[in-house]
Design a protein around this ligand. Sequence first.
Ligand SMILES: Nc1ncnc2c1ncn2[C@@H]1O[C@H](COP(=O)(O)OP(=O)(O)OP(=O)(O)O)[C@@H](O)[C@H]1O
Length: 334
Amino acid sequence: MWSLYHARLHRRLKEEQWLPQHARILIAVSGGQDSVCLAKLLRDLQPHWHWHLAIVHCNHRWRPDSTANAHFVKGLAQQWQLPYKLVTALEPPATEAAARTWRYQAFREVACALDCSHVVTGHTQSDRAETVLLNLLRGASVTGIGTLQPVRPLGEVQLVRPLLDLSRTDTAAVCQQQRLPIWQDTTNLDCRYRRNRLRQDVIPYLREHFNAKVETALAQTAELLAADRAYFAAEVARVAPEVIRTAPPALDRDRLRQLPLALQRRLIHHFLQAHLPGTPTFTVVEAVRHLLNAGNGSQTSTLRGGYCLRVHGQWLQLTAMPPQPQSAPADSAL
Ligand SMILES: Nc1ncnc2c1ncn2[C@@H]1O[C@H](COP(=O)(O)OP(=O)(O)OP(=O)(O)O)[C@@H](O)[C@H]1O
């Protein structure tokens, strides 16, 4: 039976056309409440949309119950009569980040093998709120905070997150209403992971003492920032050819000085990212920006890759520094 949540998702999908009729869709199911909820809602909407659905589960081999977890998801797929694909890691990934990279690569490969045009994940508004907070705490810019979008390319397929309007409370309600079994991932309770601490301690505290709808508020912030991010990316692409000289690589100080601070920083960041290893830090971007009004011959300290930026009249030129075996790169501790 359809619930209000079915109707909400159906309406949203009609508005946004994220998952067109007859699409071949791969559902990433961990076994937790969010992805089980997603799979059930899509399964119930399937007759209206004529989708071809399949389920993928990734076994990271992290926990003693990983194989049982994979079996659990297989059981759901059988119950819903959906094709099921299991991908098992050869070696357990060393970090959360490595696991994520491996998982998305696996989604992509399985999608291609099954000829799917879309991969869907069960990310919710709660995940989005947590991502905003985590990124804020590490000092990210607009570009870094407004992540976790409903649609993004994943190689040749589209990655879609249809549940970004639902909170974790909502997905729990769906699972309860529909009497869906859920796999309890014991690592979700481990507060050594920062996201779990946010989920268990910080967000409930903020909800109680600051804003009863804190997750909605933070998800709205993410939505607003995503639009700002798209705008700035377009502006950087438009202005970059006027400001950046490619050979030899340099920034036009006269032109940069005329631009708003927000664009100055982004163009410098864009330039450094293109020419130096790693991600430029705020401190390095600011050090470069301070050279916009500095005298001829002024320069930054040695940056990653053994370069500096040096003032040559109108230009801020990327210059190779002589090797300095004794001293660490100036931004290495950042
Ligand atoms: N082991 C898995 N197998 C299949 N799908 C998974 C697995 N783990 C996570 N997913 C998918 O990813 C969604 C988000 O899961 P989770 O929040 O645990 O991952 P995350 O690492 O925070 O994701 P992201 O890196 O995209 O933010 C799940 O709802 C599910 O759709």
